[in-house]
Ligand binder design. Structure first.
Ligand SMILES: NC(=O)c1ccc[n+]([C@@H]2O[C@H](COP(=O)([O-])OP(=O)(O)OC[C@H]3O[C@@H](n4cnc5c(N)ncnc54)[C@H](O)[C@@H]3O)[C@@H](O)[C@H]2O)c1
Length: 368
């Protein structure tokens, strides 16, 4: 591709998709949203008008026939992602897709093959990792300033009431693919492995107490990381006071996030050295930290070169697979009340997904 060109994007699913449109339009030298798509024609028309996008569609197949698209960005309900990604790849167009990418390791492995077969890229969305707080921690790690990892604590304490679950696909295994763990805390799984690397073992307790839904809304995890450190992670939709929190205890420093529920990966984070000398070195190093755009804009900013020049994507299928593997272990642990070791092999009972094991009997078996 021509390194001076703007990438032409079509955005599908215009609720979360509107945030994607705004993020692309924050980067006008790199991206141009040439079309939007939603089943709801009025919504598609209104979003196109409001954001001065020249074309709108009401079905994905029609959009895939456009000759002018480099990327289609899918912001549709989770259970649609697998088939829609396959359709876009087969049309010879790169894919960006919201979380959860799909509902099983088997599907991720099939997407990996399809990516090669059609010679097109898939970039999953994990925008939380591009907050400047967590980026500063990554920077300190790269300078060798964190030391050995001891213990990490992660909380996703949000509030969701009946109106949130009025959207028909939410709250059901078959269509949401999971509960608060899949829909909300998946970002924290990504941030944890982004900083600490792979997980070795997980014990999970999941339950449903907050809303009358099928899927989990209270989760508590105990994790052993491959580096030998331990971590705990909790998630709920029943917290009147909404916070997100990351706290990493390393031998050289403690890193603590801010508590804003949806932007806790951004500034300010505190980095407290274990000695005054370490604190001074941390402060000195951070004077050299160069902030880049954050959140969705940050992810799109960083993926431009990858789509243009074939450089590594800022979030890869392997990253989505790591999160999916943790979710597989979490749901298997909850199902069996046993600790689960990773990696998950192809002959594991949940390699093909967990949904059919949790769905009510009349719906069991269908994940797409
Ligand atoms: N990254 C994040 O922080 C974040 C936040 C919220 C939602 N999401 C994800 O974004 C996705 C969408 O979530 P949402 O909350 O916007 O859902 P939503 O149900 O509120 O909106 C989905 C939109 O997609 C449209 N749609 C449904 N099927 C379609 C199809 N086949 N073709 C075209 N349009 C279709 C619907 O009409 C609707 O306008 C989900 O995967 C969700 O997990 C991510």
């Amino acid at each position: 591709m021509d390194a001076t060109k703007r990438l032409r994007v079509g955005v599908v699913g215009l609720v979360m998709g509107v945030e994607h449109v705004q993020a692309y339009q924050n980067l006008p030298d790199r991206f141009e949203v040439v079309a939007v798509c939603d089943l709801n024609e009025q919504k598609a028309r209104e979003v196109a008008g409001k954001f001065q996008i020249p074309n709108f569609h009401t079905n994905l197949s029609e959009m895939c026939q456009r000759p002018d698209l480099d990327i289609i960005d899918l912001c549709t309900p989770p259970a649609l992602h697998y088939n829609q990604i396959m359709e876009v790849l087969a049309a010879g167009i790169h894919v960006i897709c919201e979380k959860p990418l799909v509902g099983s390791l088997k599907e991720i492995d099939e997407l990996q093959q399809a990516q090669q077969q059609f010679n097109r890229l898939i970039m999953p969305i994990f925008q939380y990792r591009f907050g400047n707080g967590v980026q500063k921690l990554k920077f300190l790690q790269s300078r060798g300033l964190t030391g050995q990892t001891y213990l990490s604590t992660v909380e996703t304490s949000w509030r969701r009431k009946a109106e949130y679950y009025a959207v028909p696909w939410r709250g059901r295994w078959k269509t949401e693919l999971g509960g608060t763990m899949v829909s909300h805390a998946i970002h924290t799984l990504d941030m944890l492995t982004y900083i600490l690397g792979p997980v070795k073992e997980i014990f999970a307790r999941t339950t449903t107490r907050v809303n009358p839904i099928e899927v989990d809304d209270c989760v508590s995890l105990s994790l052993c990381m491959a580096d030998g450190s331990v971590a705990s992670l909790s998630a709920t939709t029943g917290s009147t006071v909404q916070i997100s929190r990351h706290r990493f205890c390393f031998s050289n420093l403690t890193a603590e996030s801010n508590l804003r529920p949806y932007t806790n990966s951004g500034d300010p984070w505190t980095f407290t050295g274990d000695t005054e000398e370490l604190t001074a070195r941390i402060e000195q190093a951070l004077t050299e930290f160069v902030p880049l755009p954050e959140s969705l804009t940050g992810q799109f900013y960083r993926c431009y070169e990858a789509f243009i020049n074939g450089q590594p994507l800022p979030v890869t299928l392997d990253d989505a697979r790591a999160a999916l593997e943790m979710l597989t272990a979490i749901y298997y642990s909850s199902y069996t009340n046993q600790s689960v070791s990773l990696p998950i092999a192809q002959d594991h009972p949940f390699y093909g997904g967990w949904v059919s094991h949790f769905s009510p009997p009349q719906e069991a078996g269908a994940t797409r």
